[in-house]
Ligand binder design. Structure first.
Ligand SMILES: [Fe+2]
Length: 348
């Protein structure tokens, strides 16, 4: 019987930049002529957003945001260092990075061998660590573990795709790579093998918006939908059974922020749906799994929570394993695109 450690974190790209650049998404949104004039004024924003903005336009708030995230990430890293997993299974989204117009799998296990990643090669900003453009990071894979998981998911009638090498992205989509960069933000080295499972979180916007911020009113015809939250939840349950019944020690990790401002149309894509995130967070902490399993895609899209499908996989795994949240943090923000949740369970 395997031992399993469940956790979740963010892969927010703003954390890879300097503090003063962390609110760049909001600043760009404010330049969208389709945003009503009234909504450009801080008086129209939620009080929490006004507070973050008021001091200096977001610089102080960015430093606090980063500190809160890194405090949580440090707890996850300590738990991983203690647990010493044989490998990590991570659910993350692909934002028109590896999968594009030629194929969009609902779920794909990246059964890669070790690879080298150069995260700053196409990064158009100064990075937080001041690392050179050609800085190279080795990411260990585990084809043996990945192919076992694929075979067992197929046996359990989850028709997942798999890949032995990247398609369009030179290494790993940012949901996986950024999570690793944050887990090793102190740069002491991190060489736990990774089995990434991509979840088509962006669904109707994965090709039509290239999984990225888009101006209001310029919406190309929508693509087909994401897998449902229930399917993600059940995939997480199945994955948990597979690793529990294996001889390995495995960390199951969800990688994503929650509601995203740039996906929340009802807020003119200016700020995330924090209230809806709080409802799901309470259900996560309480282990009220019906809330997660019964989520509708309509509600997810209405709240800009597309990426939370990664966490629906984790929630399913937690229910299957009887795992509960041991430590967690709900990091509220309005300026920095998305709510961040960091959560950690005891190994089961
Ligand atoms: Fe993402």
């Amino acid at each position: 019987m395997g031992e399993v450690l469940c956790m979740g974190l963010t892969h927010y790209p703003g954390l890879l930049r300097a503090d003063e650049e962390m609110s760049v998404l909001l600043r760009r949104r404010l330049e969208d002529p389709a945003v009503p004039e009234e909504w450009r004024q801080p008086q129209r924003w939620p009080v929490g957003m006004q507070d973050e903005w008021a001091r200096d336009g977001g610089g102080v708030a960015a430093a606090q945001h980063r500190a809160a995230v890194l405090d949580g990430v440090d707890r996850l890293r300590a738990a991983l260092d203690t647990f010493q997993p044989d490998f990590i299974v991570m659910w993350g989204d692909d934002q028109y990075e590896n999968f594009r117009d030629d194929v969009i799998p609902a779920f794909c296990v990246l059964a890669y061998d070790d690879l080298e990643a150069k995260p700053w090669e196409a990064f158009p900003y100064a990075n937080y660590w001041h690392e050179p453009t050609d800085a190279t990071f080795k990411v260990r894979g585990s084809r043996q573990a990945a192919t076992h998981i694929v075979s067992q998911l197929l046996a359990d009638e989850f028709d997942v795709a798999y890949a032995y090498k990247p398609l369009h992205h030179p290494s790993l989509p940012h949901s996986f790579l950024n999570a690793l960069l944050l887990l090793d933000h102190g740069r002491s080295g991190f060489d736990v093998p990774l089995v990434p499972i991509t979840v088509n979180c962006y669904g109707r916007r994965v090709i039509s918006s290239k999984g990225n911020p888009a101006p209001l009113g310029l919406q190309a015809p929508f693509d087909p939908t994401s897998p449902s939250p229930r399917r993600c939840f059940d995939l997480g349950r199945a994955t948990a059974r597979i690793v529990r019944d294996s001889p390995w020690r495995v960390a199951l990790v969800a990688s994503s922020s929650w509601s995203h401002a740039f996906l929340t149309d009802k807020h003119y894509r200016l700020f995330p749906d924090v209230a809806s995130d709080r409802v799901l967070y309470q259900a996560l902490v309480d282990g009220d799994w019906r809330v997660w399993r019964d989520l509708t895609l309509e509600a997810v899209e209405n709240s800009g929570q597309q990426e939370i499908l990664n966490w629906a996989c984790l929630a399913g795994a937690m229910e299957e394993l009887g795992a509960s949240v041991d430590w967690s943090s709900f990091i509220e923000t309005y300026l920095f695109n998305s709510t961040k949740v960091i959560a950690l369970c005891q190994p089961v």
